[in-house]
Design a protein around this ligand. Structure first.
Ligand code: ADP
Ligand code: MG
Length: 347
């Protein structure tokens, strides 16, 4: 288990990379840290690993306060984006490196490296150097090295981002299976929302050094707590349309919808609808957003239809073959919607 209390990191020069972070990652959990570039993901991971000293706050790993311990005494293994394996060592020595640091005898190191290599399908490559390996194999060597010393936790900093698209999907499935088998607490950093949704038991969405939302992939996908999270999650971005409430109704881009409780007269809101939950009506409806079909994109799993509605673009995903023709008029009718006020989820 990893728990962070009030963790803050201010770099010299004043950048507040971490701002009073409270977080508990459960024993054996696969936890993803998701957020845009520069939001503090790497700093958070490096602080847990002991490579950065926090300005304030503390870090516990399995109940022990490790805030003041050097990296080597924290019992965590970190895998970096660029793998950071040694070019002059063969696969065996790379995997066994952390065991050498711990003064494990050579015969035992070689045996252990071979065992871990088998598990990661590297058994035939033990005598190769990194330059003789593919990107995917190098990445598995980095993983093998992390596993070799049985750490209490894995810390992964975008470990798949240097792989091409197909390898990346393979590595993702592989990593998930491995983490399940080993049941080691894992913090996985990514800026890729699809990766976080696919891998994690829970996700924390970060922005500017803070946790904006923590929840299961389903919770974060279905009910993003802010418009920032809503715009960040989903393979097609959520429709976020400005609207106003008057006399119990919401007025959104030419449509009139029922207003949720708690809205006052004249409140400005943002109306959120996932393109997957947006239907298209051929006939005029008062609760539909009128628009003209401007773009059609085949996603493979359906067609993304973009309507132009005044100053706004409204998107819907429909099954292939049922998409309207370019230029025709349609009314976008949400099947499920969320209402945000001042950027925060209201209903
Ligand atoms: P991420 O991994 O989410 O892209 P980082 O943790 O690398 O973000 O960076 C968070 C913020 O801290 C950024 O504004 C970055 O410029 C700043 N930062 C990171 N490392 C340092 C450093 N060593 N010195 C000064 N500022 C830093
Ligand atoms: Mg980073």
């Amino acid at each position: 288990m990893i728990s962070l209390h009030g963790l803050t990191k201010v770099f010299p020069g004043g950048v507040r990379a971490l701002d009073a972070i409270d977080l508990t990652v459960a024993d054996g959990e696969f936890f993803a840290l998701l957020g845009p570039s520069g939001c503090g993901k790497t700093t958070l991971l490096r602080t847990i690993a002991g490579l950065e000293i926090p300005t304030s706050g503390n870090i516990r790993i399995n109940e022990a306060d490790v805030t003041r311990l050097p990296p080597g005494r924290r019992d965590v293994a970190m895998v970096f984006q660029d793998y950071a394996i040694f070019p002059h060592m063969d696969v065996t020595d790379n995997i066994a490196y952390p065991l050498r640091i711990r003064k494990v005898p050579r015969a035992e190191r070689v045996r252990k490296a071979a065992e871990v290599a088998r598990r990661l399908s590297l058994a035939d490559l033990l005598h190769r150097r990194p330059a003789q390996l593919s990107g995917g194999q190098q990445q598995r060597v980095a993983l093998a090295r992390a596993i070799a010393c049985h750490p209490a936790a894995f810390l992964f900093d975008e470990p798949l981002s240097n792989l091409d698209a197909r390898l990346r999907l393979e590595a993702r499935t592989f990593l998930k299976r491995l983490q399940r088998e080993l049941a080691v607490t894992t913090v996985f950093v990514t800026h890729d929302q699809a990766e976080a949704l696919a891998l994690a038991d829970r996700i924390a969405v970060m922005s500017a050094g803070r946790m904006v939302q923590i929840g299961t992939p389903a919770e974060i996908f279905q009910r993003p707590s802010t418009t920032f999270v809503a715009s960040f999650i989903g393979s097609t971005p959520m429709n976020l349309l400005p609207g106003t409430s008057t006399r119990g109704a919401l007025h959104v881009a030419g449509a009139v919808r029922a207003a949720p409780a708690g809205l006052g007269e004249g409140d400005e809101i943002v109306y959120g609808v996932r393109p997957e939950y947006m239907g298209l009506s051929e006939t005029e409806r008062q609760d539909g957003i009128p628009g003209t079909v401007a773009v059609l994109e085949n996603l493979g799993t359906g067609v993304l239809v973009t309507l132009e509605s005044g100053d706004h673009l409204v998107q819907a995903v429909v099954p292939e073959g049922s998409e309207p023709a370019l230029g025709v008029r349609r009314w976008a009718v949400p099947a499920r919607s969320l209402v945000y006020r001042d950027g925060a989820l209201l209903a």
